[in-house]
Design a protein around this ligand. Structure first.
Ligand code: FEO
Length: 398
């Protein structure tokens, strides 16, 4: 399938309606996704920009052949070599061996690491500012390391008002019939998925994202279209998505607190709900979100934490340790390198009761600022215990 997106650019990707997990099971993709590949035809030249995930390689090739005689493809540009974009490259290269593959040096290394048949491919290593001449137009390369892999680059077509091929940046795992961001009914979901993508994938690289967005804006390039490699293509709301990236890449927080817990026999749950009541009372304007780490989607919880100014996290003590769900979540939180957020910890226990202290230590290492001492409850909280939690003075400091 192909769709014209500008005079010179066609979308030739794959919408993956059934994708529910990505990166193994590390990232939930409840709204599916798409692998956006593009065909750029200008100045008598044909450029293929990125491909699709390997399970769809034959489908991609067949579809591409309906769009173009692939022997006429002059150049292949790999903005990013992760397998969801380079997966169909081996099949394409079998058909058109020798076609130059433009990528960063890291991109070549990663392609060689993934596709062992690539040793003989005709790589052309590019750097920021180098360009591919396409008649009186050109495609300029802009390295964007760690947005989100070391190989990542953008490419910019100076025709059609300016098309920025931004690979994962500005993307969303969002399968939709709408190729563009024009439909107002799609927008809330697109922005939600863009934030989830950012929180779970790009947040660890905040300083680099911030710098790259500033660099892009400083280049004063006309941009009529931002064409990412997942989800909808931006053309009606470009300032909004750029502004969001500027905000998200700073230490970001809304007036929001996330209470996240795991529980064995409901005591820690009841503590969580009492603390949430207390936070609402202390901060009437604040949105308070309660999540069960073992039952709610881990990536949605991480997105909630990304949005929050504080996390209140609780867990029972199990064999002197934390529950599987809280332990795993803490590992993911640390990896995101979030900054400027506070935390308070709590939990019910039977005898040893290290849980809340362990969480506080882990969150501190992850960059959170602990507020108050861990709150511990032996066995089941009484109504008086819950009332005391609701009026815990330290909640005012969150
Ligand atoms: Fe969509 Fe980093 O690959």
């Amino acid at each position: 399938m192909h769709k014209q997106i500008t005079e010179h650019v066609e979308w030739v990707g794959k919408v993956d309606w059934e994708l529910k997990h990505f990166h193994g099971d590390e990232l939930s993709t409840s709204r599916g996704s798409s692998y956006n590949a593009y065909l750029l035809r200008a100045g008598g030249k044909t450029v293929l920009i990125d491909t699709v995930w390997r399970p769809y390689d034959h489908e991609f090739l067949d579809s591409l052949k309906e769009t173009v005689d692939i022997r006429t493809i002059d150049y292949i540009v790999m903005n990013h070599s992760e397998i969801d974009h380079s997966g169909a490259l081996p099949l394409i290269m079998k058909e058109i061996p020798g076609t130059p593959v433009y990528c960063t040096a890291k991109g070549r290394d990663i392609i060689l690491g993934h596709h062992h048949e690539a040793a003989d491919w005709n790589f052309r290593i590019v750097h920021t500012g180098e360009r591919l001449e396409l008649g009186d137009r050109s495609l300029t390369f802009i390295e964007a390391p760690f947005l989100h892999w070391p190989d990542t680059m953008f490419s910019y077509f100076d025709g059609d008002g300016g098309v920025l091929f931004s690979t994962d940046a500005f993307g969303q795992h969002f399968a939709t019939e709408s190729l563009f961001d024009d439909a107002e009914e799609d927008l809330p979901a697109a922005f939600d998925e863009a934030m989830k993508y950012y929180a779970n994938i790009l947040a660890p690289f905040n300083p680099l994202v911030s710098k790259k967005v500033a660099e892009l804006l400083g280049m004063n390039l006309p941009i009529a279209v931002i064409a990412p490699s997942h989800g909808i293509i931006w053309r009606s709301h470009i300032p909004e998505i750029i502004e969001r990236y500027q905000k998200w890449s700073k230490p970001y927080a809304e007036d929001r607190v996330t209470v996240v817990y795991d529980t064995m026999w409901d005591s820690t749950r009841r503590m969580a709900e009492a603390l949430a009541d207390g936070i609402r009372a202390a901060h009437p304007e604040t949105t308070v979100v309660i999540r069960n780490a073992a039952k709610d989607d881990k990536n949605d919880i991480l997105t909630d934490i990304f949005r929050s100014r504080a996390v209140v996290m609780g867990c029972p003590t199990i064999n002197n340790e934390l529950s599987y769900a809280i332990d795993g979540l803490l590992g993911m939180i640390k990896g995101l390198k979030l900054k400027g957020k506070r935390c308070l910890t709590f939990g019910s226990y039977g005898w040893s009761g290290e849980g809340p202290k362990l969480i506080a230590e882990r969150l501190k290492v992850a960059g959170f600022e602990p507020v108050g001492e861990p709150l511990r409850q032996q066995w089941v909280p009484t109504p008086e215990d819950l009332a005391a939690l609701r009026s815990t003075p330290v909640l005012a400091e969150l």
